[in-house]
Ligand binder design. Structure first.
Ligand SMILES: Nc1ncnc2c1ncn2[C@@H]1O[C@H](COP(=O)(O)OP(=O)(O)OP(=O)(O)O)[C@@H](O)[C@H]1O
Length: 587
């Protein structure tokens, strides 16, 4: 996808004008017949709107010739009323239909945007700043939706009015049409000036909004750190600077708008003066009647309204287009070369071949890492802190893309980490997030399997109890059980548990281990094991050290080999017996 760069070199891509037009055209598939209908209806309606100026001109000539009687006036009046009613009704229907098509196309784009945003590799989002993505899925969508009421009528009415009015002027006398065509370049120059300045200013305004969103988000997320380190003033200053950036660019945008008004007034004066002058000379040369000149002037006046309106909403249009290209930029991010592919070998669930990965410009966490996980096997990854276990899990899950090598994994892969989020909503909605069609008995079974069935007795409204922010508070262990039950309902082919049960206190450890065990049953599993007791139950254990796989085998094989795992196991057993003794003494 062609994309233009922005101030932040890592910002998510922005679609070029061509790419935006191509995508919109693609999204309009299925609506093209309706678009053609709108075009025909629009032309007919604006065509009807040309009638009043022409018949006023006719009336002027009749009055001047002294042939106008009451009948003429009544006929002209009736015709004007009829054409006004029909023209207005037709224009209204055109605008409604155009708006509906616009919103349908927009809904398609929004869907595409959200689904791509949800599957974007985390490294892309992190490098660009989460604020960038949030701003595109919120501010930009709002800008595009809010532009509809002003932009759609202006664009549709102006386009049709220019075509039809120029035809009407030419029908009266070609010189009238020529007079207006001569002035049109003034508008073209105004537009060009505006298009040169507008996108830059609006793009900068949006970028400033993204930066502000990022600053606010970081201040909120890191609130505890900010307080702990006494950084309140510094964060406040950062948010203020970012907000000031928005204010400055918003002000610049309004100044550009004011300068636009001045240029438009000039264009209006020129248009009217030119058509009146042409009318004057045509009448003098007996080439036009006063009625003809009146009709031409009224037609030009009628044209000026929509043109001014269009130029005035060009800023909304620009703003919407800037947002649209940012939305399309995200929606059409192609799957990167390093993104995981589906495994082709039916016996192998996960295949890592010569995989290398580094965080940004940092040192490689691993290099040339190769690993196969057969279908249905449960693998435990163990190793000292910093060995690269979490990174490996994230690379297999597709959250981080490898810098080299390939990753193949099943299409339905789920990763659960220690940080499980409880969404604000009912317990049911939290559980069925990844399995919207799950019936209540499936939900009960999942809760039962993960040892969380008792939770239902505690909750006042059972599955309909509100949990998450502002709702019934869940303990960390309950949140973790919920995440495991959610995974069971999602029923993935590959489940990755990254120390998903690590933080549980000793009372909950066994419970969560059993929940994890139930979750992994009957599917391929990868467990980043914190407790070696969990690793011991897996089919195979992979021991990592400094990003390398140094040992692999079953628990018994590795213990018998007396290598690194053997040592870890002895230390773990000794630590556990000491802990048990301490607990017994304490109790
Ligand atoms: N977001 C990050 N940015 C930069 N470096 C990172 C990031 N996360 C991890 N690392 C580094 O990558 C290396 C591997 O870390 P990783 O978390 O994968 O190890 P781990 O074996 O899971 O450790 P732990 O058991 O402590 O979670 C470490 O050197 C770590 O400092």
């Amino acid at each position: 996808m062609s994309a233009t760069s922005t101030a932040n070199e890592h910002a998510l891509p922005i679609a070029s004008g061509r790419e935006t037009a191509k995508q919109v055209w693609r999204l309009s598939r299925g609506h093209r017949l309706r678009l053609a209908t709108v075009a025909v209806l629009g032309l007919v309606s604006t065509g009807i709107n040309v009638i009043p100026p022409v018949i006023i001109g006719f009336l002027v000539d009749q009055v001047r010739a002294g042939t106008a009687d009451l009948g003429t006036v009544l006929t002209v009046t009736a015709l004007m009323v009829l054409s006004a009613v029909l023209g207005a009704a037709g224009t209204a229907v055109t605008i409604v239909l155009a708006t509906r098509i616009y919103h349908t196309i927009l809904a398609g784009l929004r869907e595409q945007l959200v689904s791509r945003a949800m599957t974007l590799p985390q490294h892309l989002v992190e490098r660009a700043g989460t604020g960038d993505l949030i701003s595109r899925t919120s501010d930009d969508v709002t800008a595009v939706v809010d532009a509809a009421p002003a932009v759609i009528p202006a664009v549709t009415v102006t386009a049709f009015t220019i075509v039809v009015s120029l035809g009407g002027l030419a029908a009266l006398q070609w010189q009238y049409a020529a007079a207006f065509v001569v002035v049109l370049p003034v508008y073209v120059l105004v537009m060009r000036w505006y298009l040169r300045i507008g996108p830059r200013v609006y793009g900068a305004e949006r970028a400033a909004m993204s930066a502000r969103a990022q600053q606010i988000l970081e201040s909120q997320r890191g609130y505890a750190t900010v307080l702990g380190l006494g950084l309140t003033d510094q964060r406040h200053h950062s948010v203020m600077t970012a907000s000031w950036g928005v204010a400055v660019w918003t002000l610049r945008a309004r100044i550009v708008q004011a300068m636009l008004s001045i240029r438009l007034n000039l264009g209006e004066c020129l248009s009217l003066a030119t058509v009146l002058a042409v009318g004057f000379f045509l009448i003098k040369a007996d080439a036009s009647t006063v009625g003809g000149a009146t009709a031409a002037t009224l037609l030009v006046l009628r044209l000026l309204g929509p043109i001014n309106e269009l130029v005035f909403v060009v800023d909304d249009l620009q703003s919407a287009l800037a947002s649209l290209s940012r939305m399309i930029g995200v929606a059409t991010i192609a799957e990167g070369p390093g993104e995981p592919t589906a495994t082709v070998d039916t016996d192998i669930a996960v295949r890592l071949q010569d995989v290398a990965f580094a965080y940004g410009d940092g040192p490689r966490v691993f290099d040339n890492l190769t690993l196969d996980i057969p279908v249905g096997q449960r693998i435990a990854v163990v190793g000292a802190s910093g060995a690269g276990k979490t990174t490996l899990a994230a690379v297999i899950a597709g959250i981080h893309l490898p810098d080299a090598g390939t990753v193949a994994r099943p299409g339905r892969t789920t990763l659960i980490t220690q940080e499980t989020h409880v969404f604000a909503g009912t317990l049911r909605s939290n559980l069925t997030l990844a399995a919207p069609d799950a019936a209540d008995h499936d939900i009960h079974a999942a809760l039962e399997a993960t040892g969380a069935a008792g939770l239902l007795d505690l909750l006042p409204d059972g599955l309909d109890t509100m949990i998450g922010t502002g709702g019934y508070p869940l303990t960390d262990a309950q949140a973790q059980q919920l995440a495991l039950a959610r995974l069971l309902l999602a029923d993935p082919e590959l489940a990755i548990l990254d120390e998903a049960t690590a933080e549980a206190g000793s009372t909950h450890a066994g419970l969560l281990d059993r929940a994890a065990e139930a979750t992994l049953r009957g599917r391929t599993g990868l467990v980043i094991a914190h407790r070696l007791s969990q690793a011991a139950t897996c089919d195979r254990i992979v021991v990592m050290e400094h990003g390398r796989i140094i040992e692999t085998g079953t628990h018994d094989e590795l213990v018998a080999a007396g290598g690194v795992y053997g040592g870890l196991w002895s230390a773990w057993k000794a630590g556990r017996s000491i802990n048990n003794k301490v607990e017994r003494t304490g109790s």
